[in-house]
Design a protein around this ligand. Structure first.
Ligand SMILES: Cc1cc2nc3c(=O)[nH]c(=O)nc-3n(C[C@H](O)[C@H](O)[C@H](O)COP(=O)(O)OP(=O)(O)OC[C@H]3O[C@@H](n4cnc5c(N)ncnc54)[C@H](O)[C@@H]3O)c2cc1C
Length: 415
């Protein structure tokens, strides 16, 4: 066995000296961020130490070996932070990143609209310049965590006379203002994790514009590339960023999180393996056909994991992932569906139940109900296949779309 590296030794000592499940969650997250072991790949001062992937993994292993709870996880850490680190101004980084790495500021993503999901560039929410501010009017939808977010990343149309991709600008908007109305939506999992958001004369200061006016599509594409990247350094193994009570003891919080089984949290926190294992133990996986399917699933997962590491290794520090990362997202959605189908089959008739009397406490059922979401959120499988065809393989665009890309937005036919 090879000797632990100096950074692995330092992390081991740090976690041995600092991890204490009786400490308040907020205090633990602040300490973790200050140590640079919260997000080791990010720069110093922003929860990290600019470590490479291998060293960052060693830090994570040291944390897990100590049984220590992980850093905050959510839209703020895996979408907002990497976008600000690559595209935000130094002032925006200083203003917003500290509250992200210590878990005190929840964020949401305000991209999709009722008539602009896959065709996001058609969006109609307007931002009009008014002195040093922008006035925002319109509607977004499917916004995860908007009901407790303090801020949102918003794309809005600032120039309707330009073609749809060119007249869009990217903002950081305060969600706690009178012009923002958040209405929760309930999903088939039973949870209400996402919302509709209405803007009526909401305000954003021009200092909170990311990138130039009209350059918002490029910034939004960076955010989406982070969303589609399963090796994103801001994706953690906790599910706790949402509605976390920072005063509660961190150990107590971790126990409550494990029991809560929120469908969305499970998917986000990479707990699928553990939940699947639970279903297999409750069910019957002894048949030859089942064993064959399990072997195939294991092989596909191994290929996915290998490809994901290769993807990260080939990525230069500080750069956003390319369009090819979509293959990993499609692969993840596919193995998710297989996991769901095998688990439900193993559970047999019990797989059809719902409620408190389900064998594994209903954990796997909620995972199963959430599974279709991974083929939709962050770009549907079909749309990602189009993107791979056009942007990776260089195939021609659909003829209509080529023309629509050059038509001013206010002349486009919209539903
Ligand atoms: C769990 C979850 C969380 C989400 N969280 C957020 C969030 O926080 N913030 C946010 O802004 N959005 C969020 N979304 C929204 C998500 O980004 C959209 O649902 C997604 O982009 C698809 O858009 P749509 O729902 O409008 O479907 P549509 O665009 O109406 O698509 C409907 C169907 O048509 C297919 N389709 C559409 N266009 C094409 C095409 N050109 N070629 C082939 N097929 C096509 C699609 O693949 C899909 O099957 C979330 C979604 C889910 C499921």
């Amino acid at each position: 066995m090879s000797e632990p590296t100096p950074i692995a030794q330092e992390a081991e000592q740090w976690f041995a000296g600092h991890w204490d499940p009786t400490r308040p969650l907020g205090e633990w997250w602040r300490d973790l961020a200050d140590s640079g072991f919260a997000f080791p790949q990010w720069p110093e001062g922003f929860g990290g130490r600019s470590l490479g992937r291998r060293d960052a993994k060693a830090v994570q292993q040291a944390r897990r070996a100590a049984g220590a709870y992980g850093p905050p996880n959510g839209v703020a850490t895996f979408l907002v932070a990497p976008t600000l680190l690559t595209m935000g101004s130094p002032e925006q980084q200083q203003r917003y990143l500290p509250g992200i790495v210590d878990g005190t500021t929840p964020w949401c993503q305000l991209f999709s609209e009722p008539s602009a999901g896959s065709d996001m560039a058609s969006l109609g929410t307007r931002a009009v310049r008014d002195g040093d501010e922008w006035r925002v009017d319109g509607q977004k939808v499917w916004n995860s965590g908007a009901h407790y977010a303090d801020f949102g990343i918003l794309i809005a149309r600032t120039d309707p006379e330009l073609p749809k991709h060119r007249g869009v600008t990217y903002f950081l908007i305060d969600m706690r203002q009178p012009g923002v109305d958040v209405r929760p939506l309930r999903e088939m999992t039973g949870d209400a994790a996402f919302n509709e958001v209405f803007f009526t004369d909401a305000r954003v200061h021009d200092d909170d514009r990311v990138g130039a006016q009209g350059d918002g599509w490029r910034v939004a594409m960076a955010t989406l590339s982070f969303e589609r990247d399963p090796s994103n350094a801001g994706l953690g193994d906790t599910a706790a960023f949402y509605e976390a009570d920072l005063s509660v003891a961190v150990g107590e919080h971790a126990r409550a999180e494990a029991a809560a089984a929120d469908g969305f949290s499970i998917a986000m926190a990479g707990r699928a393996g553990e939940v699947f294992q639970g279903a297999m133990e409750c069910g019957d996986s002894s048949g030859a056909v089942m064993r064959d399917r399990l072997a195939r699933l294991a092989a596909e997962r191994a290929v996915m994991s290998w490809s994901s590491h290769r993807g990260t290794a080939s990525m230069k520090a500080g750069r956003q992932p390319g369009p090819e990362v979509a293959t990993l997202k499609i692969g993840g959605a596919e193995t998710g569906r297989q996991t769901r189908d095998i688990g439900l089959e193993a559970l047999g008739a019990a797989g059809m139940l719902w409620g408190d009397d389900v064998p594994d406490g209903g954990l796997f059922h909620r995972y199963a109900m959430f599974t279709p979401a991974s083929s939709i959120a962050g770009g549907s499988d079909e749309v990602l296949r189009n993107s791979i065809g056009e942007r990776v393989l260089g195939l021609p665009r659909e003829p209509d779309e080529a023309e629509r890309r050059e038509t001013p937005w206010n002349e486009l036919r919209r539903s």
